[in-house]
Design a protein around this ligand. Structure first.
Ligand code: HEM
Length: 81
């Protein structure tokens, strides 16, 4: 069982800038990706997903359908929805 906290969508939505923190959700988990934003190979586009779900964007940018991308994401997990 995970010991990470449960967050509401409202709490996630409050985190959509580098100043306030950039949080995203993916498959029911919550990620604080603030530190990754400046390292993203796709640049500032990553901020389009800030405060919300990655799924619609990753459906459009299939470059993310790779194990190494999910490994990066997993490093930033902070909780569950
Ligand atoms: C490329 C990670 C969110 C757009 C990449 C790559 C990684 C990555 C590792 C390079 C993949 C490769 O070439 O093997 C992530 C992570 C995200 C995220 C961890 C969220 C936490 C997004 C979002 C968008 C996006 C939300 C668009 C709205 C792109 C684009 C590229 C890319 C366009 C291709 C860049 C290029 O090769 O020129 N991303 N990404 N990414 N990402 Fe993301």
């Amino acid at each position: 069982a995970s010991s990470l906290p449960i967050y509401t969508q409202d709490e996630v939505t409050k985190h959509r800038s580098v100043e306030e923190g950039v949080w995203v959700t993916y498959k029911g988990s919550v990620y604080d990706i603030t530190e990754f934003v400046s390292m993203h190979p796709g640049g500032d586009k990553i901020l389009l997903a800030a405060g919300g779900a990655l799924e619609p964007f990753w459906a459009l940018y299939a470059v993310h359908s790779q194990d190494h991308v999910l490994e990066i994401l997993s490093e930033y997990k902070v909780g569950e929805l």
